[in-house]
Design a protein around this ligand. Sequence first.
Ligand SMILES: [Cu+2]
Length: 220
Amino acid sequence: MRASTTTRTTRRPCALGAALGLALALAARPAGAHITLDAPPVRDPSMKTAPCGGLLPFSSSPMTFAPGAPVMVRWHETVPHPGYFRVALSMDGTTFPADPPDPPPAAVFPVLAIVPKVDGTTSYSAAVTLPTTPCARCTLQVIQYMQQHAPPPYYYQCADITIAAGGSDDAGSPPATGGSSGGCCAVAGAGGASEGALAAAALLAAALVRRRARTTLGRR
Ligand SMILES: [Cu+2]
């Protein structure tokens, strides 16, 4: 009796730790990553909250571009969706054009580009021309619009910039793109597996915690 209790107490925390580790690893993974703005540098890697994906404030170190500069905006898609991308510029860093319908209207300032999704392509860019009007707090916004997607069908990424004389016209090289992170949201027939795995791991961890608590109580 005593021997089996000892065996259990050494095995249970191990299984519990493994389940918790799996749940934490899945949770820490960028499961929601669908689009990543590579250049200019993204303000906030989060992407679900309009208009810039997350809740971080305007960057403390925005890139400075020359008035009228041609800028190559680059991003990559980590979870493929049919749809399109829209690049827009907010001249005050807070006012953005409304989220676009499907199909989107032609690009008219402050919308700088509409880029269609291409099957099998994950790296995208748009050659845009900045206005000649200087600004201290401008924000480039890239929206991923996803067709056949549970609402809201948008993900957002932003890059804060300054337009001033003497600025650059090079947004820099994009970092090497990683593989797909998987982990889609509610799309018919696609993804869902990782959320399921996460939920299963969480349930398993919770069950082990309960069993462990019961065992501890029973032993007293
Ligand atoms: Cu998705």
